[in-house]
Design a protein around this ligand. Structure first.
Ligand code: MG
Length: 403
């Protein structure tokens, strides 16, 4: 064994199984053996926010239009999301994760990366740490979680996906290549439909096959950036750093109208409201964004986004509204009734300087990390609000008919 002055890095990825649906099943025993779909209600607009595994057997999955879910399984239990409840459960779960390690990067309400490096003395080998995470979460919340543990984020994430639901998968550094080889390339990060098509045209189906393709060939088809990313992933190379704020790429709000809207006045008023909410949240998080994004969905699900980069980052709703409205008027958008409108800001300018990541791992300063943890928990809670709107579960009522 070679001597190394640095401990083996271990990253965990914890992901609750069918989170919203599992919470509902936990609280309502008569749902236990039934397909459960949380989201919009059949007969309304909107999508599936979560489906339990029984519902997934019918091909129902999140983001599917609720009408389609209903067509597939009319007998499922259909429930509106209770975001306040899920938020409470989420906080509890993040508190439990905080008893394992203070270095946590939330991905969403029910999903996080954990730095598990150096915990062996305290909790045993990675498999024991994984069992401990599962055990503590089940004890505290009655919910099952899938845990993947590996030398970096990619392997941890793929590990938790691999054994869902209620899974635990530990991939040691010397098992990474073997673990990845048979995996479909579709499991890799950042693989869109277009890339999938290119891969299948090239006859690349597994990660093992991808590994044998020369970088030059990949570059020709995917461009340099994507080619490098997929080659690295195929080799199991990825970052193991946690960045608590990383999950937060943008702050946005959107609204789905019950009936499609043509009146500019209504659209502008709605944008104003949304811009105010976005700005308020950004100020609370001490973030200023340089890019304003307008999102519009027209009748028939045709969706457009328009962006504008500001010379100076902002968290002022007046600026956000002005830019979003200008994008609406001058963005060369079709003149059709609007089903959904949204606005967001991104491209942060740091308002606080974060300590160097290396320091965080070498000499954890307890209070500083606790502060970060609390902040990230708040951020997760914040994301709920965004989730409510994005999932299309909240709709502003209006009685105006499109003309
Ligand atoms: Mg999950």
């Amino acid at each position: 064994m070679t001597h190394s002055h640095r401990a083996q890095r271990w990253v965990g990825h914890a992901d609750l199984d069918a989170f919203y649906a599992s919470v509902e099943q936990r609280d309502c025993p008569e749902y236990r053996d039934r397909p459960v779909v949380v989201g919009a209600l059949p007969g309304h607009r909107g999508v599936v926010a979560a489906a339990n595994y029984r519902a997934r057997d019918f091909g129902i999955h999140s983001a599917m239009p609720i009408a389609e879910a209903y067509r597939r399984c009319p007998d499922a239990v259909y429930l509106r999301p209770d975001m306040a409840k899920y938020s409470r459960v989420s906080r509890k779960i993040f508190q439990i994760l905080g008893t394992i390690t203070p270095v946590i990067e939330p991905v969403s309400v029910d999903e996080a990366y954990l730095d598990l490096t150096g915990l062996e003395k305290l909790l045993g080998p990675p498999a024991s740490i994984g069992s401990e995470i599962k055990h503590r979460i089940l004890e505290a919340s009655g919910l099952t979680v899938s845990v993947g543990i590996g030398p970096n984020r990619l392997i941890a994430k793929l590990g938790s996906e691999h054994r869902k639901p209620d899974g635990l998968m530990v991939v040691h550094p010397d098992e990474v290549q073997e673990f990845l080889a048979p995996m479909p390339v579709a499991n890799l990060r950042g693989l869109g439909r277009q890339t999938q098509k290119i891969f299948s045209r090239l006859g690349i189906r597994s990660v093992g096959q991808l590994r044998t393709v020369p970088l030059q060939i990949l570059e020709q088809h995917l461009g340099t950036k994507a080619a490098l990313s997929f080659q690295q992933q195929a080799l199991g190379i990825a970052s193991s750093e946690m960045v608590p704020g990383r999950g937060r790429k943008s702050i946005s709000k959107e609204t789905t109208f019950e009936e499609d809207v043509r009146e500019q006045e209504i659209l502008r008023d709605t944008l104003h409201k949304l811009a105010a909410e976005v700005a308020k949240r950004a100020r609370r998080e001490q973030l200023s964004g340089a890019v304003v994004t307008l999102k519009i969905r027209f009748t028939g699900f045709e969706t457009h986004t328009r962006q504008h980069k500001l010379p100076v980052p902002t968290h002022d709703e007046r600026v956000i509204l002005r830019e979003a409205w200008a994008l609406f008027l001058n963005g060369n958008l079709p003149s059709k009734p609007v089903r959904l409108i949204g606005v967001g800001i991104s491209d942060w300018q740091q308002t606080e300087t974060e300590p160097m990541q290396a320091d965080l791992f070498e000499q954890p300063k307890k209070r500083e990390i606790d502060d970060r943890l609390l902040k990230t928990i708040d951020r997760v809670a914040d994301r709920f609000g965004k989730g409510i709107l994005q999932l299309g579960c909240t709709a502003t009522k209006n009685t105006h008919k499109p003309r």
